[in-house]
Design a protein around this ligand. Structure first.
Ligand code: SAM
Length: 283
């Protein structure tokens, strides 16, 4: 009896693995549309779940590789698409997947021996929100494999990813994402578009992969480590965040040379200025 009561009172239970499934068919079409023409592309879908996006993609993509961690769901999808050799369902943790290996295999699923096209793949997914940043960082690690990434994330996270320098939302996530891609915040969906409905609104972002390393004259690993330090304590000035790693004097002179005030915070700096300061500090 007590156990039944407890089970029934669990209505607001958190869905496992961030499983809020898209129930709005029109929105699924719109998300896939945002990828552009995929008839000649390999598309990687992250977290297909019950297949709301998968069924649109399976009709349109040259080849679809969907990565789902949930064993039951990946098994069901594999059964559903067993007669469509252009659709491959991989049961895996997207955070552990080596995209380079997956995308550069020459032998396809089942009996499909068509080689994959050498062009870069597109990525799409209604992401499990609890690991949004980790997934993005993973995709950036393999950025050479991708050209367009369309993802649905929690609205507030989308706002942060797309934020401009000098605004409240701009931070480490914005700077990193904007180092790798041009970001467009496309549209927002209410909780009712999902089943079960999450507690938050969701937004769809398009990231056109266009790394800025050469233009900013930085090496990405070093610059990202610098950004991490710069944003370590958001309310502290850049000077205070950096001074234990560089001398105060050199920081002051690089800020001056970059034409910014000594009490500037990292969130106010466009990437060009942050890169200029970084280059000066490194020399
Ligand atoms: N694409 C479906 C839709 O729009 O209805 C499902 C989206 S649901 C928000 C997120 C999906 O990601 C779930 O199916 C979940 O099982 C899957 N997932 C969660 N963590 C994952 C991981 N680390 N790797 C791959 N898939 C994951």
């Amino acid at each position: 009896m007590a156990a039944t009561k407890r089970a029934n009172s669990g209505a607001a239970k958190k869905p496992k693995l961030g499983q809020n499934f898209l129930a709005d068919v029109g929105a699924a079409e719109q998300i896939v549309e945002a990828l552009g023409d995929v008839s000649n592309s390999v598309v990687v879908e992250i977290g297909p779940g019950k297949g709301a996006l998968t069924q649109v993609l399976a009709r349109r993509a040259h080849r679809l590789i969907a990565v789902e961690l949930d064993r039951m769901m990946s098994t069901e999808l594999r059964f559903k698409y067993r007669l469509q050799p252009q659709v491959e369902i991989i049961e895996a943790d997207v955070l552990k997947l080596d995209f380079r290996t997956v995308l550069n295999r020459t032998i396809g699923p089942l009996n499909d021996l068509r080689p994959l096209k050498p062009s870069r793949a597109r990525v799409v997914g209604n992401l499990p929100y609890y690991i949004t940043s980790d997934i993005l960082l993973r995709l950036f690690e393999f950025h050479e494999q991708f050209d367009v990434i369309v993802i649905m994330v929690q609205r507030e996270v989308a706002d942060r990813i797309a934020a401009s320098p000098g605004t409240r939302d701009y931070g480490m996530l914005s700077a990193t994402a904007q180092l790798y891609a041009r970001i467009e915040n496309l549209f927002t969906l209410p909780p009712e578009a999902f089943s079960p409905p999450p507690k938050v609104h969701s937004s769809v972002l398009r990231l056109t992969v266009a790394p800025r390393f050469a233009e900013l004259q930085i090496n990405p690993a070093g610059f990202i480590a610098f950004l991490k330090m710069a944003f370590a304590m958001k309310r502290k000035t850049l000077l205070n965040n950096l001074k234990k790693d560089y001398g105060e004097e050199i920081i002051r002179s690089s800020l001056k040379e970059a034409g910014v005030r000594a009490d500037v915070r990292a969130e106010a700096l466009p990437l060009e200025t942050a890169a200029q300061i970084f280059r000066k500090l490194k020399n």
